[in-house]
Design a protein around this ligand. Structure first.
Ligand SMILES: Cc1cc2nc3c(=O)[nH]c(=O)nc-3n(C[C@H](O)[C@H](O)[C@H](O)COP(=O)(O)OP(=O)(O)OC[C@H]3O[C@@H](n4cnc5c(N)ncnc54)[C@H](O)[C@@H]3O)c2cc1C
Length: 379
């Protein structure tokens, strides 16, 4: 069989590797518009749980990635200058470029053809394969060639964000909330190398308008964010890498396959970064599609159906969690009225996936401090 994969992000590369490893006789190509060493952004974070899901594809591959990761066991939430430690929150982070290069290495080792600097501009480019995997991310040109067949819906969220880096290794996965001049600012920061952290800044729609950010240049917005978060930046400048401010766009598709085309990763569905799992979901899609072909062999239509049937319930559950998290962030100004420990507790339960009982079990230290601070006992 002949597979063409458009997009050399985590979804496309992991699928290509898994498929070629199982079927050395298949032709597997990845067509990527960028050079092999280019990427946007800085580091991505994955929960400990996510890593064990991903190892279901290939344990050795995930161990390879894990060796390059920064890990920590706590999450920190900062509100009104008070730092609250949430124990039992295991996370890892890796530089996006390192992750892609590791996956590229595994692809080359197994014989996947990697074609860089090649942009797919038209769907006509794609009659030359049995299966076309659209792994070309949120702005997928493959998906957008058939918006009705895929029943694609785009939803622009209210908040604005930009993804920066900073030369400071923060000790944990940290969320810092700052109220300033009537606005609410949030930073999501975590180290992904020994010296550098990702720093995602986010503001709600009112702050965007009232602070003047809506009419600023991206450079002016960066300066403003540096001054708002002066306390945690300690004089360091934020580093840009195509760090433009935008609203998050949710993409949903009613159907996941059409003709010989199948959608995976962000091309299929974007996940809000506040549940931190876009990379995980993309790679899990790759695992699910690979498994579907393992079960159905060369019956492409059956493999596509199996992929969608197996994967849709998991995706839907996480998407619901993501949507509740989005609602929390869009109402963050109201949440800022809560006292620090109430705020952190509310944050931890925002998606409905984490229950009070589970939080008490997984984060007893936090719950102890929460009870001391609020006088409210939790079970
Ligand atoms: C601010 C922000 C923070 C994030 N934080 C996290 C996080 O902490 N943890 C996490 O797991 N995820 C995070 N994500 C999400 C994560 O980056 C994506 O969900 C993930 O990269 C999706 O993988 P993918 O392979 O589907 O798509 P992508 O990683 O977007 O890869 C798509 C690839 O396709 C290529 N391509 C696109 N069009 C074409 C074309 N026409 N021809 C050829 N090639 C093409 C692109 O160059 C790209 O390499 C974040 C995203 C953002 C924007």
């Amino acid at each position: 069989m002949n597979f063409k994969i458009v997009g050399g992000g985590p979804a496309g590369l992991y699928f290509a590797y898994l498929m070629k490893r199982s079927h050395p006789e298949y032709r597997i190509r990845v067509v990527e518009q960028n050079p092999r060493d280019a990427t946007y952004g800085f580091g991505v974070v994955l929960s400990g749980r996510a890593l064990s899901f991903l190892a279901e594809g290939d344990q050795a591959a995930i161990e390879r990635l894990s060796a390059k990761m920064q890990t920590w066991t706590e999450q920190h939430i900062v509100h009104r200058g008070e730092l609250m430690r949430i124990d039992g929150s295991g996370y890892s982070a890796i530089e996006r470029l390192t992750m892609l290069q590791e996956l590229q290495y595994l692809c080359r080792q197994t014989g996947v053809e990697l074609q860089f600097n090649q942009r797919v501009d038209s769907i006509k480019d794609n009659a030359d394969c049995d299966v076309l995997v659209a792994a070309d991310g949120a702005n997928s040109i493959v998906r957008d060639s058939y918006p009705q067949a895929f029943d694609t819906r785009l939803i622009d969220l209210q908040n604005y964000f930009a993804w920066y880096g900073v030369e400071t290794p923060y000790p944990a996965h940290t969320l810092t909330f700052v109220a300033k001049d009537g606005g609410t600012y949030c930073a999501h920061h975590y180290r992904y190398t020994l010296t550098r952290s990702t720093f995602v800044a986010e503001v709600d729609a009112d702050t965007w308008l009232n602070s003047g950010m809506s009419v600023m240049s991206d450079e002016e917005r960066k300066v403003l964010i540096e001054s708002v978060f002066e306390g945690i930046l300690g004089g360091k400048k934020l580093i840009s890498n195509r760090s433009f401010w935008r609203r998050w766009r949710l993409i949903k598709n009613g159907r996941w396959h059409h003709l010989n085309i199948v959608l995976i990763g962000d091309a299929q569905r974007t996940a809000h970064p506040s549940i931190g799992s876009g990379t995980r979901l993309a790679m899990e899609d790759a695992i699910a599609l690979w498994r579907a072909f393992a079960a159905e062999g060369t019956d492409i239509a059956a493999a596509f159906r199996r992929y969608e049937e197996d994967r849709r319930p998991v995706r839907d559950k996480l998407n619901q969690a993501g949507e509740r998290s989005i609602a929390w962030y869009e109402n963050v100004a109201e949440k800022m009225q809560l006292a620090p420990y109430e705020f952190a507790y509310d944050y931890m339960l925002r998606t409905g996936v984490m229950t009070p009982q589970r939080l008490a079990k997984e984060s007893p230290g936090f719950i102890k401090r929460y009870t001391e601070a609020t006088g409210v006992a939790q079970v």
